[in-house]
Design a protein around this ligand. Structure first.
Ligand code: SF4
Length: 472
């Protein structure tokens, strides 16, 4: 695929489930709209009227995929699940758009998945050798094939049997004709939240979806939990053995929206604290703080607050480009930052600037930005980053480039500074990052910074066992 405009790591997906709402598909649509930042390649909804499943998926943004209002007349029923996709496994094509819907021996199932399995190649090869015919190239379909082979009679037991064989990151929602199931992997890499609106239950990747649909946040789906919603009751079961939580710390740094509440905390508060700790660890002599909008705004405000250096809007972002804006050749790609950002000369001129960015991946955007600021008359350009250097790939669903392409993968901090042409460069330390989260020493994945992987792709298949179901 051609390089896209964004050089940030890309989130792989958003999921939503709606139970017991007369216009479930419309509510799912609203939720997907709020979760658009987690995936912009494709979107889809599957609904059930209790007898039949209906589905509409297509490539594109939520508003484009559902631009024809008559689609909702066809997405009947009071139960629906939805999905926004950014492909990290499987190609970017309509056949891989979710929810996937299949017919099983006890009727149709629909599934939406956020995350990546680390043993999908092995499982798929085994399943194909035993005669399974895959319709897509996504790892999500493996769950359906494994569950279809189970001899258990209820959906939760069949899912458990399938998940016993799967390792990796998954927050998913599954719909049958009458039931909604929400599942989070034992490490809890990706967020998944439960909300309620009147008599309806909503499950969503992030709580910002609840605000748009008017639902109240109840709680998060716990790591390893399988939550069944049926006949307006919640039934909760846990995969065994219980393992330590390893929530993705990058959700706080960049992926999740600042108005969401995930992993027990408001994202805005944590992100702001990253900026505050960064200011203590990496002070700068400067006149103004400028953020790389929008994802760095909150950390930049934190930096400004603690350093006492005034925050200014010195960089304007073009919001109308879209994430699928393709730059056809190298010359165009070199111009990509110009398409996206423009400095405010009156703010920048004759000033010493601290640019706060949430992360550096390839460094190409920051290199262009420092040039832009100097052209706009900046006296000095200092770069501060509210996360540690990214040195390792992510196996759990984030689309980082290879270590060779990561600017900090093989280079020292001074070499990175030289590459981005900054007067100084300072990253938040890993200790500083974790100290900014009240329970930061407990249960976060930091593998892209320190290479400490909770599960390696080549790990042997672990065994999860059923626990006595808890009714909550
Ligand atoms: S490797 Fe990094 S991006 Fe991937 S799950 Fe861990 S913290 Fe998140």
């Amino acid at each position: 695929m051609e390089e896209l405009l964004s050089e940030k790591p890309r989130e792989e997906c958003a999921v939503i489930g709606v139970y017991n709402h007369p216009e479930a598909a419309r509510v799912a649509y609203q939720g997907l709209f709020a979760l658009q930042h987690r995936g912009q390649e494709a979107s889809g909804i599957a609904s059930s009227n209790g007898k039949q499943l209906f589905r509409h998926v297509d490539m594109g943004l939520v508003a484009d995929v559902f631009s024809d209002a008559t689609i909702f007349d066809r997405l009947k029923g009071s139960l629906a699940i939805g999905h926004n996709r950014y492909s990290t496994t499987g190609s970017s094509m309509k056949v891989n758009a979710q929810p996937l819907v299949v017919n099983s021996k006890d009727g149709p199932w629909a599934i939406s998945h956020n995350g990546n399995f680390v043993n999908s190649h092995l499982l798929r090869t085994q399943l194909e050798a035993e005669g399974s015919l895959f319709q897509t190239t996504t790892d999500t379909e493996i769950v359906l094939h494994l569950a279809a082979r189970s001899r258990k009679t209820d959906i939760v037991s069949r899912l458990k049997e399938a998940l016993e064989k799967i390792q990796g990151a998954y927050s998913m929602v599954i719909a049958t004709r009458q039931k909604l199931v929400a599942v989070r992997d034992p490490h809890g890499f990706r967020p998944l939240c439960l909300g309620k609106r009147g008599d309806s239950y909503i499950v969503a990747s992030e709580t910002c979806a609840f605000d748009l649909v008017g639902a109240d946040f109840i709680r998060e789906i716990n790591p390893g939990e399988i939550l069944l919603i049926n006949e307006n009751q919640l039934y909760s079961t846990y995969l065994q053995p219980r393992v330590d939580r390893r929530a993705c710390i990058f959700e706080f740094i960049y992926f999740s929206r600042p108005d969401s509440f995930i992993f027990g905390h408001a994202v805005d508060k944590i992100r702001r604290k990253f900026g505050k700790v960064l200011a203590l660890e990496q002070p700068a002599e400067a006149d103004i703080v400028v953020s790389v909008p929008d994802s760095s705004n909150t950390a930049a405000l934190g930096y400004s607050h603690t350093s006492g250096i005034k925050f200014e809007i010195g960089l304007i972002r073009n919001h109308y480009i879209g994430r699928t804006f393709i730059l056809p050749d190298q010359t165009m790609r070199d111009l990509k930052t110009l398409f996206k950002f423009n400095p405010v000369q009156g703010v920048i001129e004759n000033r010493r600037i601290v640019i706060v960015d949430d992360s550096i991946v390839r460094g190409t955007t920051l290199r262009q930005l420092t040039k832009m600021f100097r052209r706009a008359g900046a006296r000095e350009v200092h770069v501060r980053v509210s996360s540690p250097p990214i040195r390792y790939p992510c196996y759990y669903g984030m689309d980082f480039p290879t270590p060779e392409e990561l600017v900090a993968g093989k280079q020292s901090i001074d070499e990175v500074r030289n590459y981005i042409q900054a007067d100084s460069l300072g990253y938040l330390s890993l200790e500083g990052l974790l100290s900014a989260i009240p329970d930061g020493n407990l249960g976060f994945c930091t593998a892209c910074f320190d290479g400490e992987y909770p599960i390696l792709p080549e790990n042997a298949i672990s065994k999860f066992h059923l626990e006595v179901p808890i009714v909550s």
